[in-house]
Write a protein that binds this ligand. Sequence first.
Ligand code: AN0
Ligand code: CP
Length: 315
Amino acid sequence: MKNFTSINDLDSLKKTVQEAIDLKKNELQYETLGTGKTICLLFFNNSLRTRLSTQIAAQNLGMNVIVMNFGSESWQLEFEDGVVMNQNKSEHVKEAAQVISQYCDIVAIRAFASLADKEKDKAEIVLNNFKKYASVPVVNMESATGHPLQALADAITIEEYKTTQKPKVVLSWAPHPKALPHAVANSFIDMMQLQDADFVITHPVGYELNTEITKSSKIEYNQEKAFENADFIYVKNWSSYKDYGKVLNNDPDWMLTVNKMKLTNSAKFMHCLPVRRNVVVHDEVIDSENSIVIEQANNRTYSAQIVLKKILENI
Ligand code: AN0
Ligand code: CP
């Protein structure tokens, strides 16, 4: 594998999940694969899990890790072509990406959606400019439209906890005070479309995601109906896609509660984290035995490690 910018960059999701589960049994089994190699983790946005788990994954493979936070530590980058750079941006991605490529063997990037300009977000300006100008492999640590390292961790988690061959998995929208990106939901859908599962998306009217991503996935506007007999409930807020980046409603009725979990087949509760308690999910659900969010976050390490392993094997 050269780059990892989408779950579809994996030649087989099923095989990769099994390889990650195998890796988890002895996470140091490839500890010399990355000896003498360096990864640069570039953050244009905040992170807890992605930053730490990707660093640990690289270290488990023997790599050196450099982390840079663009908001506070680097020059502000320009991504548009042909602009007169007489404002606040000091450096163009053309130079930055080429320079960074001389210092490392893999570059990983977190750059969220602006949620202000749909076309620019769809064009993945940051990720694609790094892909264009960097001469080393590029890894997506959540871009404008996708978070495939999260989706791979989610697939590993579902594989570990499923009790039937074809589980019912529900992706449910939940309220949130801030406008959040579509990336986590998009990549979860991309991933679920590769699974043998009964997959249902539920959200209020107005929160339809990009139909180029949802394709023929089932959408059920009645959350309670969607929850019936579910084996996994994956909760996530996203802002409106149609009315781009807007918070259309904060209906607390969509929060995940114990009563709603009673409609399910004793479902496992999943969320990518960070999560706002008692806004997105009630304390009683996230603190219950059915909550697997901590193990889900743990799997971020093995998701990143299997991806970096595949890239290192190809360098
Ligand atoms: C981000 C999002 O929703 O995309 C990151 C999640 C991994 N969440 C927040 O900004 C709260
Ligand atoms: N789930 C996830 O990507 O978390 P962070 O934003 O903390 O990295």
